[in-house]
Every structure is written in C-alpha cells, then in structure tokens.
Write a protein that binds this ligand. Structure first.
Ligand SMILES: NC(=O)c1ccc[n+]([C@@H]2O[C@H](COP(=O)([O-])OP(=O)(O)OC[C@H]3O[C@@H](n4cnc5c(N)ncnc54)[C@H](OP(=O)(O)O)[C@@H]3O)[C@@H](O)[C@H]2O)c1
Length: 357
C-alpha cells in the first residue's frame, strides 16, 4: 500500500492557530492540488483531534465521484479516524456527510458510532496496525492529512512513502502552543523536490524508496518456486527468495527438505549454511510469513526479526484457514519494512486451491 502524508503549514511551521475556527493556510491553487491528490487515493485518515476541531467532511466533489465510478472505483474515499478516549460525536460530518464506509481505530468499543462507522479495537493503535488492516481490506493508497499527532505517529513508525508539505511564505502564528508540523520526526537528509503552487512553496519528500522494479521479478520467482511443493491438507504451498545486501540469492519452498519446514525457513537455512550475512537482507515470500507454529519452535516472522532482515515482500496475506496470522503486523511493529503486491495474490490463491480459505 502507498501511504502519502499531506499538510499545509504557516511560515513558522504551524498547522493551525488556537482559535475555534480552522486557520486557512492554503490558497485556491494549493487546495486544488490537494483535492487532486485525494481523488487518486482509496482512503483518507485524520486524527480525532482534527475531527473535533475542524469537523471536516472529507468528501470528494461530485464530478470526481462520477469519474471514479466510470473508472470502476468506489466514488468516495474510505474515511478513517483514530481515537484513544473515544470522544467522537456521531453527528460529526465525517460520519454524516456523503456516502461510503467509515472506519475508526479505537482502544475500546464505541457504541455511539453504531450504524455510523465500523470500529476496529486495538491496544495500542499503531500506524503498523492501521496500515495492515487497511491493506487486508484492499486499500491501495492511503492519504494521511493530519493533525500533528497522527502525522508524528506515521513519521516515527516510518510508515509513509511520501510527504507533501505546502508552506505559506509569510503567514505566521507565533504561538508555541498551537499545533505544529512534527519536523523533528522527519528523517534528516530525505530527498525532496520543491515547486511553487499558487502562493505556496510545496516540498515533495520521498520518505521511502520505490522498490517495485526490483521486487516484482524476485517475488514472481518466489511464486514459481511455490509450485514445487506437493499439495497436502495441512500446509500452504509457498516459495521464498532471499536477497542479501551484497546481492547473493537463496531460494526455498515449503517442505523442500523437511515436512515441517516453511519456505522462508528453507531459504534461510541455505543462506545460513553458506555463511551469508542476513542483516539488512530482503526476503520475498509468496505468502505472508507465519506468526505462530505448533511443529517448530519459532515462527517465520520471529526468525526474520531475529536475523535482522530489513524488508519483507509478499503477495498474499495468509487466509484465516489454520490460524489468524499477524506476521505482517509483527514485522512492521518490529520496524521491518513490509511491501505487499496484491496483483500477484490471485495466482498464489490458485496455487493453494487445495485448501479452503
Ligand atoms: N494544516 C493542515 O494541513 C492540517 C491538517 C489536519 C489538521 N490540522 C490541524 O491540526 C489540529 C489537530 O491536531 P492534533 O495533533 O491536535 O490532532 P490529530 O492528530 O488530528 O488527532 C490527535 C488525536 O488522535 C487520536 N490519536 C492519535 N494517535 C493515536 C493513537 N496512536 N492511538 C489512538 N488514538 C490516537 C487521539 O484522539 P483522542 O483524543 O480522541 O483520544 C489524539 O488526541 C487542528 O487544529 C487542525 O486544524 C491541520
């Protein structure tokens, strides 16, 4: 899933002042560019602080909705918010304007939102958890529009691909207690390009490199390897490929050398036998690495964490056939980058057609 952060700030980095009304920072040209970015996304997220203070609708203009319908997409964005306290008014515009689903990530049930939003309970709510849940629901692009606390969470967890930061050249708030963009959470030296949009100076930061061109051939190879596993009623057929930092490749597939081995274990065993350094390596697996094993002492996601892999790439989240898998979530919460290419998912499903789920 691609995750874009977007914010507009004053010349002194404020996202708003402390007046009851939202401070207008963007001009019309910048606002049009933000609307165009929204139109390209599947879901939009703001924190409960923004819902309470700004009461945004987060709806798309009617002509954009119609265009999205013609493209076979949902007309509206999936609207998402997060809360700890549960202090969300069911009459807020995010829940009452426009159509389409609403999702709230909360630390406990919110009965006041029954019929208005689906509530996902997680303790704690993390960017890793939000991203994993949305990805499982088929969201391909998420736009995070703030406010300060939510932007900080995504930056600190390194859970974003890009940041669009529009800066007003002369507007100042001069109030340290006003919400400010969390510049301290922005990694130093991130590449960025600047453009002028109306009166605003807009910086486009690339927070995470796009690995698609290198990932897809190796993930396809992992899918091909999975076909070598003989179908059985107790296992998925999975293939795995490891690429170390110096470019060495190791491959494996389910049950290749042992009836209890998963594909990731098989590839890792070969790499370890060859003396390869797996710190910083990438592992490609046709399916989400497991998070629970009964026949082995350590799950594949625990093994991947212990050996210091930097990235995990897979095609299909593990279906809830044997256990409810939280491999991707565990990996993300451990700071490992997880990239999913759902376009290869149907092929992996077909290869595992011997199992229901
Ligand atoms: N200029 C811009 O581009 C822009 C864009 C958006 C917003 N804003 C401004 O930003 C201000 C609001 O910013 P803010 O930092 O106060 O609020 P925020 O980031 O919108 O929301 C913070 C709230 O989100 C919930 N939250 C955040 N992290 C969470 C987590 N890990 N788990 C569970 N809940 C979590 C908490 O809600 P609870 O308190 O309910 O527990 C928290 O108080 C407003 O003034 C708004 O106008 C500006």
């Amino acid at each position: 899933m691609k995750i874009h952060l977007s914010a507009a700030v004053t010349a002194d980095g404020a996202l708003d002042d402390r007046s009851p009304e939202r401070l207008r920072i963007s001009d019309a040209a910048d606002w049009a560019a933000v609307e165009a970015l929204r139109a390209r996304c599947d879901a939009i997220l703001v924190g409960a602080g923004t819902v309470r203070h700004d009461n945004p609708r987060l709806c798309l203009p009617e002509e954009v909705r119609q265009q999205r319908l013609r493209e076979g997409r949902t007309p509206d964005l999936l609207r998402v918010t997060v809360t700890r306290t549960g202090n969300l008014d069911p009459a807020a515009r995010i829940f009452t304007w426009g159509t389409g689903a609403r999702l709230v990530f909360a630390e406990g049930p919110l009965p006041q939102l029954d019929g208005r939003a689906e509530v996902i309970v997680a303790r704690p709510v993390t960017a890793a958890g939000i991203v994993t849940e949305l990805e499982k629901r088929g969201v391909g692009t998420l736009l995070v529009e703030g406010g300060a606390e939510v932007l900080r969470m995504f930056l600190q967890e390194k859970a974003a691909d890009t940041l669009r930061l529009a800066m007003h050249p002369s507007l100042h708030v001069d109030d340290a207690a006003a919400p400010h963009f969390p510049f301290d959470a922005l990694p130093a030296g991130v590449p960025c390009i600047e453009e002028q949009v109306g009166v605003m100076r807009v910086r486009h930061y690339e927070l995470r490199a796009d690995h698609r061109a290198e990932d897809l051939p190796l993930l396809r190879r992992a899918v091909e390897l999975s076909r070598r596993c003989i179908p059985c009623a107790t296992s998925y057929r999975v293939g795995a490929v490891i690429q170390t930092c110096d470019g060495a490749l190791f491959e494996g597939y389910t049950h290749e050398t042992s009836p209890t081995h998963h594909a990731e274990q098989e590839a890792i065993a070969k790499a370890v036998a060859a003396g390869a350094d797996l710190r910083g390596a990438t592992i490609y697996s046709s399916m989400e690495p497991c998070s629970k094993r009964s026949s082995e002492p350590e799950s594949c996601s625990a093994l991947i964490r212990r050996l210091g892999f930097a990235r995990v790439v897979f095609a299909l989240y593990e279906p809830d056939c044997f256990v409810s898998c939280r491999g991707a979530l565990d990996l993300r919460e451990a700071g490992i980058e997880v990239a999913v290419y759902p376009e290869l998912g149907p092929e992996v499903r077909a290869i595992n057609g011997h199992l229901k789920g």
